[in-house]
Design a protein around this ligand. Structure first.
Ligand code: ZN
Length: 298
């Protein structure tokens, strides 16, 4: 049985290499069940949430990681978000016929934006072209470019569950000799070569201890406590109100002269929020009372 809906970090005792394993079942089902996604998109969503989970686990602060790809072929947008405490959500918008399973062909002339958004402080964004066949390839490119840390990811999804393996080479000590550097590079290559032998069905079905034993039984690997991964949407009536407020009070009241209420459905979780005249008036009155700092008021 796999470690469902859990992420677990590990560390090689004698090498400067860290790793993570994630398995996502129920949370993945929650992402795809309310939408009629083509099969390839279901698979990509699984890989996307596994990657977002792996990346958010290395955050050193409270916040979230958003992986958003935009393209001009079959998929317009594909986005996954994961918070530091492993709450995930994801969505895709398709615009044409989905024929391929290679992301370069699915997104056409596309790019991937990686947003790291701390709860406090400035957000960071990195952009990489979608010029690899897989999301893992694009992310490896990103890590090499932005952090100069050799990183490898294995992402799999079989439309029932998603799983991922992450390995990262940590910087060697500043005073390391050339031989030590070389030794460290060799260890990294060895660890990656072993990880490359894992089959996707093994990653999706075996528990973490078994995977690590199968790959690294000759190494000393320390496994940290696992953390639960769950689907959670951050939408709320307040957030939805903030977004419809940008339309403007008179425009909203014009709509409400015809319709009894304005209904906004969250694309992530299908929750519907409804606003009538009283709600809309209250929305703008509150903003004025709060001092109208120029945000979302037109
Ligand atoms: Zn929602």
């Amino acid at each position: 049985m796999s470690n469902s809906d859990q992420i677990q970090r590990f560390m090689f005792e004698h090498h400067d290499i860290r790793g993570e394993l994630v398995g996502i079942d129920e949370a993945y089902q929650a992402v795809i069940k309310k939408h009629d996604y083509p099969e390839q998109v279901q698979v990509l969503l699984g890989e996307w949430i596994a990657a977002a989970s792996l990346l958010s686990e290395i955050l050193k602060f409270d916040g979230s990681v958003i992986l958003q790809a935009r393209g001009d072929a079959g998929i317009g947008i594909l986005m996954a978000e994961c918070t530091h405490d492993q709450k995930i959500r994801a969505i895709a918008q398709t615009s044409g016929e989905i024929k391929s399973d290679k992301i370069q062909e699915l997104f056409g002339n596309g790019h991937l934006v990686i947003t790291i958004s701390p709860t406090k402080g400035n957000r960071y964004q990195g952009v990489v072209p979608l010029d690899s066949d897989t999301l893992a390839g694009c992310l490896e490119h990103y890590f090499l470019q932005s952090e100069q840390l050799p990183t490898k990811l294995w992402l799999n999804c079989d439309k029932t569950s998603a799983a991922g393996l992450f390995l990262q080479k940590l910087p060697t000590e500043a005073n390391a000799t050339k031989e030590q550097q070389q030794e460290s590079d060799n260890q990294w290559e060895h660890v990656v070569a072993l990880a490359d032998t894992i089959q996707s069905d093994e990653l999706l079905s075996l528990d973490n201890e078994t995977i690590l034993h199968r790959l690294y039984h000759e190494e000393e690997v320390r496994l940290f406590e696992s953390q639960d991964v769950e689907f959670h949407c951050t939408c709320s009536k307040k957030r939805t109100a903030d977004s419809i407020k940008t339309v403007g009070q008179s425009e909203l009241l014009d709509i409400l002269a015809i319709e009894p209420s304005i209904k906004v459905t969250c694309q992530f979780c299908n929750e519907t929020y409804s606003f009538d005249k009283v709600d809309v008036r209250a929305l703008f009155e509150n903003t004025t009372n709060l001092g109208n700092k120029g945000k979302s008021v037109h």
